[in-house]
Design a protein around this ligand. Structure first.
Ligand SMILES: Cc1cc2nc3c(=O)[nH]c(=O)nc-3n(C[C@H](O)[C@H](O)[C@H](O)COP(=O)(O)OP(=O)(O)OC[C@H]3O[C@@H](n4cnc5c(N)ncnc54)[C@H](O)[C@@H]3O)c2cc1C
Length: 392
């Protein structure tokens, strides 16, 4: 029996597991090591924040999936990997040896350049911790509205990072908090302030400029304060409550709550694993999604860097890599040659704007506003729900 260990229940592994239900790997004992049993689906996360979805609707039940695929599941985080000796260590102390591994553990916001960021504010990943912080805000906001204290208490939330995730979250957070306020408070006034701080001069630098401009205007129209070309250097707690964000330019932004949605970073255990990485520390993989230094290691999604392509860290690629990964693992166990995965050069981005509307971006092409908004949201919702329906 060959031992295959899947690390992390990200989007690609969820799809691979689904494939193994119908096409089990022969002579292979598979173990999934995951630090969560409910894996969040990134496409629906902002909609969950806006209150459009229930928790179960946007989380993949890895336990059910693993059971359906007949594989062992271990709930723990991998903390150490020794790729040369084919061994890994988990947070619960368990040690595993393997013949093959596949890594799909995602990324977390890079906090290395911001003094104090590891202690203050909440990174948007790991998602469970982020959702706990968000629930905490919702509860105290509801409490304030119920007690009609909204006239006195001002809530300021600051998001640092103006990529698609940061912008989408800012819009969706605002929507949910304002809706609660409309329901609960007599006056309907809301003392809510949302700031978005972004290092570049353009929002969504990975997308075309028109989309960035459209979203900048939309944020402005919704009263979200945008600070462009500002790099947060330090976060310090204020004496009474909340935080002070200090930027390189000297700008200071005060905030009750801070969320980090900065560029993706790789975990520390990859650095010491012996695996070849790109300059940012992500696992370097070839066109077969296989480590360039250790052929018995596969890596997919955000944690992987395809050396022959420049891919953005987006869930759409993690999803697309699921089947090619499953096929290659299957081919390997059958002694067949691996098949290359060729990512698409352009991909469709659908960004929810918090009001059950969305915008669409495809390369230089964009569709937004007017009559398109609600139609695009229904389209996005249909795609996302269909994606989730495939899982048990
Ligand atoms: C707010 C927000 C909205 C986004 N919206 C979109 C979108 O609409 N479309 C899009 O394409 N992209 C979107 N993204 C980007 C997207 O979230 C990521 O690109 C995507 O989640 C990467 O998928 P993945 O499978 O690589 O990893 P993940 O989805 O992050 O999954 C990794 C899994 O591994 C687990 N794990 C992590 N470390 C360990 C460990 N050491 N041991 C065991 N398990 C571990 C994690 O708990 C997690 O379950 C968004 C990002 C954010 C922040």
């Amino acid at each position: 029996m060959r031992k295959l260990v899947l690390i992390g229940g990200g989007h690609s592994h969820a799809i691979a597991l689904h494939y193994f239900i119908k096409q089990p790997l022969v002579n292979t004992q598979i173990t999934l090591i995951t630090d969560v049993l409910q894996a969040p689906y990134s496409g629906m996360l902002p909609g969950y924040i806006a209150g459009f979805y229930e928790h179960t609707e946007c989380h993949i039940d890895l336990d059910k999936l693993a059971r359906a695929a007949g594989i062992e599941i271990v709930v723990a985080g991998v903390t150490k990997l020794d790729a040369n000796n084919q061994q890994l260590v988990c947070s619960n102390g368990q040690v595993f040896t393997y013949d093959l591994i596949s890594i799909n553990t995602g990324s977390t916001p890079d906090l290395s350049q911001i003094i104090g960021a590891n202690n203050y504010g909440t990174p948007v990943k790991p998602v469970p911790q982020f959702l706990t912080a968000w629930q905490d805000i919702l509860e105290s906001w509801k409490h304030d509205q119920n007690n009609n204290q909204n006239e006195e208490s001002l809530l300021t939330i600051t998001l640092v990072g103006g990529g698609a995730g940061g912008v989408e979250l800012a819009l969706n957070m605002q929507q949910q908090l304002v809706n609660i306020c409309k329901l609960k408070s007599k006056s309907g006034n809301h003392n809510l302030k949302i700031n978005l701080i972004h290092r570049n001069l353009d929002l969504l630098p990975n997308y075309n400029q028109q989309v960035g401009k459209y979203l900048r205007n939309l944020l402005h129209d919704r009263g979200i304060e945008i600070y462009l070309g500002e790099s947060v250097q330090e976060i310090v707690p204020k004496n009474n409550a909340g935080y002070n964000l200090r930027c390189e330019s000297g700008l200071e932004v005060l905030s009750d709550r801070v969320f980090w949605v900065t560029n993706a970073a790789a975990p520390a255990w990859v650095k010491t694993s012996g695996l070849a990485t790109d300059r940012s520390g992500f696992i370097a993989v070839n066109n077969y999604l296989q480590s360039t230094s250790h052929p018995q290691v596969f890596a997919v999604g955000d944690i992987a860097a395809m050396v022959n392509y420049q891919l953005p860290k987006a869930g759409v690629f993690a999803v697309r890599q699921g089947l090619p990964l499953a096929h290659n693992l299957q081919r390997l166990t059958q002694g067949k040659s691996l098949q290359p995965y060729k990512p698409q050069t352009r991909y469709l981005g659908l960004i929810g704007t918090g009001d059950r509307e969305a915008i669409a971006v495809y390369g230089n092409w964009g569709l937004y506003g007017g009559i398109f908004g609600s139609w695009l949201w229904r389209w996005k919702d249909g795609i996302d729900q269909k994606f989730m329906r495939q899982f048990p």
